[in-house]
Ligand binder design. Structure first.
Ligand SMILES: Cc1ncc(COP(=O)(O)O)c(C=O)c1O
Length: 472
């Protein structure tokens, strides 16, 4: 029998409805069970991945079979990054309206790279960028772009700083980070055309914050040697321990020495929505550029970053170019052609993924959730402090605390403790090195993490301590 649909790639209205219904059921079941799902997986990842290897299919397969494969066979073998127990690396979450927004954005598939193609949709995304500028304290003339994440935001910032401060000649250009700066900055420096030796890693103090005296000395020394210092990268929440650099002091130094100041707020930046966060990040508004990661601190799905600049012109000067087949670009300051500010031309409509939940819930709902994370991190810190066998390694400046077992000279027992905590599958935490010693870090950032999960986390930590010390 011949296929009733003349064009296989165009489902009928009934088929589309059926597809959405089938998917809706699966998604809701999945989200409803997130808190009961294990925090990570204990199967052999290689075997699972190999079982998923497949050849290019010539024929189609029915949707329910494919959904089984995704939801029942693939998803269970993964970190439960969307669940309340994910306290590893830097958590995110994935608020549901963003998924709805992506469905809409992909279904309408309008083009937002150039203004003329969809002026109102571009304006929706521009509103989001301007809200973010407001959050970090940037005023008139500021702007930015939405990226796929913090790494691409940091790269874009370096490209803008390079163009503004060095022009076309990169020779002798030197930039300054701390020994705690996210590794994407070093990677970006190389991608932007600098040798690794052009990236100075300045020592940090006992709070893992960049040492301003060492930074000043390095800048002075480089200048005296005829090199061209052009960029400082500060951190508003390091990935390692959540440290926040002294942003006021960095801004003073950058101003004095005529350097571009970029602040990587991929983890911490959205805490500027809260009073405590704003206090910790005083000086953020004096940066030339700021990385924010909505897929971290605004609880959005992965693939949503932002770079904001105090002077939108800097992004334009670094990226704007022209071709005969392109439409005329905007010169009206009220509007923007995003392709003029970014390396990307065609891309997804990221703005809707942010706009929809912020409009639906209001920003106060996000602010309250971030405040809750600050409280939970402080609560768990005090609980850990009360366990005699444990010691706090770094206090939470925002929502990240690290700790270890006392009297564990070779770090073995603390590593065992990490495994014992994670083996209980209620939470997933990760380890790192602080001052050359192994530490377990807890980062509270998911909108789904509440007190009940933190209590479970503490009870698992106490049980794991007994297990590890008892078997030592
Ligand atoms: C401080 C910081 N900067 C940059 C990044 C890189 O961001 P992304 O993973 O979104 O590329 C991260 C990621 O965790 C981060 O914590």
């Amino acid at each position: 029998m011949s296929d009733p649909r003349p064009y296989r790639l165009e489902p009928s209205p009934d088929e589309m409805r059926a597809m959405l219904e089938q998917v809706t059921d699966r998604i809701i079941d999945h989200i409803e069970s997130l808190s009961d799902q294990p925090a990570s997986y204990d199967t052999d990842g290689r075997a699972v991945a190999r079982a998923f290897t497949e050849t290019l299919p010539a024929e189609g397969t029915d949707l329910p079979i494919l959904l089984d494969r995704i939801f029942e066979e693939a998803v269970p073998h993964s970190f439960n990054t969307a669940g309340p127990g994910y306290l590893a690396y830097i958590p995110g979450g994935g608020v549901f309206p963003s998924a709805v927004a992506d469905l809409i954005a992909n279904a309408i598939n309008r083009y937002v790279g150039v203004w003329v193609a969809a002026p109102a949709l571009v304006q929706i995304e521009l509103n989001v960028v301007r809200w973010f500028c407001e959050i970090v304290g940037f005023g008139e003339g500021s702007g930015g772009i939405l990226t796929s994440g913090g790494s691409l935001s940091n790269l874009t910032a370096i490209v803008a700083a390079r163009r503004e401060r060095l022009g076309d000649d990169l020779a002798g250009g030197v930039m300054y980070t701390s020994d705690q700066t996210h590794h994407s900055v070093r990677k970006s420096a190389v991608l932007a055309g600098f040798p690794e030796s052009a990236v100075r890693q300045i020592e940090t103090n006992e709070h893992q914050e960049i040492r301003i005296d060492r930074l000043q000395a390095a800048v002075t020394e480089d200048r005296a040697a005829g090199r061209r210092p052009f960029l400082i990268v500060g951190s508003a929440g390091t990935t390692n321990t959540g440290a926040v650099d002294d942003l006021e002091a960095l801004a003073d130094l950058a101003e004095r020495d005529d350097l571009w100041l970029h602040v990587d707020g991929a983890y911490g930046g959205f805490f500027a929505l809260t009073e405590r966060g704003r206090e910790a990040m005083t000086g953020l508004d004096r940066a030339d550029s700021v990385t924010l990661d909505p897929h971290k601190g605004l609880f959005l799905p992965y693939g949503t970053g932002a770079l904001l600049v105090r002077d939108e012109g800097a992004l334009r000067r670094a990226h704007a170019t022209f071709a005969d087949y392109m439409p005329v670009m905007q010169h009206d300051p009220d509007f923007v052609d995003f392709c003029d500010l970014s390396a990307e031309l065609s891309r997804d409509f990221r703005g809707l993924r942010i706009w929809l939940p912020v409009k639906l819930f209001g920003i106060d709902a996000f602010r309250a959730s971030l405040d809750e994370k600050l409280d939970l991190a402080r609560w768990v810190t005090e609980q850990i402090r009360a366990v005699p066998e444990l010691e706090i390694v770094t206090e939470p400046r925002l929502s990240l605390v690290s700790f270890r077992l006392r009297d564990d000279e070779d770090d073995h027992a603390t590593r065992d403790l990490l495994s014992a905590i994670n083996a209980r599958q209620n939470v997933y935490v990760t380890g790192t090195m602080v001052d050359g010693r192994f530490a377990i870090r807890i980062c509270v950032l998911s909108f789904r993490t509440h007190m009940d999960r933190m209590e479970l986390c503490m009870s698992d930590i106490r049980d794991a301590v007994t297990e590890v010390i008892g078997t030592d």
